[in-house]
Design a protein around this ligand. Structure first.
Ligand code: SIN
Length: 482
């Protein structure tokens, strides 16, 4: 781990030599290259207490003062972009070009909320009472917490951190055990940007510490909000844990995204969009296309073009610029992908490309294209979280919409069509929080990201993201003439 930026070198370089506590493993080599502390529940309690002491002054700072810290953080992220990207590739595995794109995406949340510092933060409403002002304003929640995933180790933090800080809150972060270094790097940069001490704590730990750290956060009455991105199973558990103290909860959970290609689609554009929607981060994304439905009249042409593109994808360590597909996060992830492919094969799917794990160092699975998967295949109901494209044919619009909606998830759906009427009809018919039309990528800081059904609660990014990190106060103020 060679870091150039002085702030990051100072904060993180020593972690490459401690060889104690929790190892951080490079998934491309299967070897530890850094070690981070194991935070105990007592240390979580101390962090909560320190955050509670620091937050009131930050909450009283002006919106412009808080925005200025975010603006400085964005500049530091830009200066340290190459280090931050390499850290992502080292601890998470994604190809360096994608890691650079993630840093730009992560920074865009910080810039977006820095830019919101000077905009309206409440409304004056038309009062029905004489001599009375009726208005709303946004207030800080107080001490807040986030549990973030490993698949976007930087962007999933800043999407929460930036509105939390702009809104005047203290922020306690439990990063995924696999990717703590990006979190520690952001904390070092935020403090360098002038964030007062006590407002941003990173609570690191191993797989066996997650329940204790999470439990210390969810059970504390001082913590007013929990934001979680991760699996639906863990999300439900955290939601139940937060019920006792009636915390604000934001959940961004599993996706199971359908991707529909109609007979009036631009086929080349649909193939290109599908490759992005599926293979971004080696398929390890909640918004990854999971079930692909292609109209029967164009099925063979589409699948031929897809097979040719998938066969050309190079797989290997993310630091090697020739590779498009990196490792999966760990060996368990490879087992899961293998299980899904075997199950689909047993239930009648044909494997046209790939379909095997790659033996040797690191946790790699070959980019895979399988067609004619059955409705009762595991991959029709569960996210694979790997580089597997599963394609099925359809012939009727209403039927394919019903099949796309036949899932407990509701994060994102994609479709390709050149017909304006169909675009309006199908967008309305899809029961998902986000719909991508003629694109395989919907993520941006300016739009509210989030799902319906069991894909989650609340929204991240955009104005709505700030509302989720603040509480709304209504003031009815009568000004009586003496
Ligand atoms: C995710 O996979 O959880 C989020 C991906 C994104 O923001 O695009």
């Amino acid at each position: 781990m060679q870091l150039e930026h002085p702030v990051l070198a100072r904060a993180l370089q020593p972690l490459a030599h401690t060889e104690t506590e929790v190892p951080v493993v490079d998934p491309a080599r299967g070897e530890a290259f850094a070690w981070v502390p194991r935070v105990t529940p007592e240390e979580v309690a101390a962090a909560i207490a320190e955050a509670a002491r620091a937050q009131p002054a930050w909450g009283r700072a002006t919106w412009a003062e808080r925005a200025a810290v975010l603006a400085r953080l964005a500049r530091l992220m830009s200066d340290a972009a190459e280090d931050l990207a390499r850290l992502i590739t080292l601890e998470e595995g994604k190809p360096l070009a994608e890691a650079r794109a993630e840093i730009a995406y992560a920074r865009s949340f910080v810039e977006y909320y820095a830019g919101m510092g000077g905009t309206e933060i409440g409304h004056v409403l038309a009062s029905p009472f004489p001599d009375t002002e009726v208005r709303t304003e946004l207030e800080p929640l107080g001490v807040t917490a986030a549990i973030t995933p490993w698949n976007f180790p930087s962007a999933m933090i800043t999407r929460k951190l930036a509105p939390a800080l702009l809104g005047g809150n203290a922020f306690l972060l439990k990063p995924a055990e696999a990717t703590p270094l990006s979190a520690l790097a952001l904390s070092a940069l935020a403090h360098e940007a002038g964030l007062p001490r006590g407002l941003f704590h990173v609570l690191t730990g191993g797989r066996n510490d997650a329940a204790a750290i999470g439990g210390a956060l969810t059970s504390s009455p001082v913590v007013k909000k929990l934001s979680f991105t991760g699996s639906t199973t863990v999300g439900k558990l955290l939601l139940a844990q937060c019920a006792d103290t009636v915390k604000r909860v934001t959940l961004e959970l599993g996706g199971n995204a359908p991707f529909l290609v109609f007979d009036d689609a631009d086929l080349d554009a649909a193939v290109a969009g599908l490759l992005v929607a599926k293979f971004r981060n080696t398929g390890q994304s909640c918004v990854a296309a999971q079930r692909v439905y292609v109209h029967a009249s164009i099925f063979d042409r589409f699948v031929d073009a897809l097979a040719e593109r998938v066969a050309r994808l190079e797989t290997g360590p993310g630091l090697d610029p020739k590779n498009h597909i990196g490792p999966l996060i760990d060996a368990r992830a490879v087992d899961k992908v293998e299980g899904h492919v075997e199950d689909a094969r047993e239930k009648g799917a044909r494997v046209l490309v790939g379909g095997t794990r790659i033996e040797g160092r690191g946790s790699f699975y070959a980019p895979t294209l399988l067609v004619d998967f059955s409705k009762d295949a595991r991959l029709a109901a569960e996210e694979t979280f790997g580089p597997v494209l599963a394609v099925r044919r359809f012939s009727d619009e209403a039927e394919v919409i019903a099949e796309a909606n036949a899932t407990r998830a509701g994060l994102v759906a994609y479709f390709y069509s050149e017909s304006a009427r169909r675009i309006a009809r199908v967008s309305r018919g899809l029961e998902f929080g986000m719909v991508g039309v003629n694109t395989g990528l919907v993520s941006t800081a300016v739009a509210p990201f989030g799902g319906i059904k069991e894909s989650g609660l609340g929204r991240e990014g955009a104005r709505e993201g700030l509302y989720d990190w603040t509480r709304l106060k209504y003031v009815c103020a009568r000004y009586q003439e003496p």
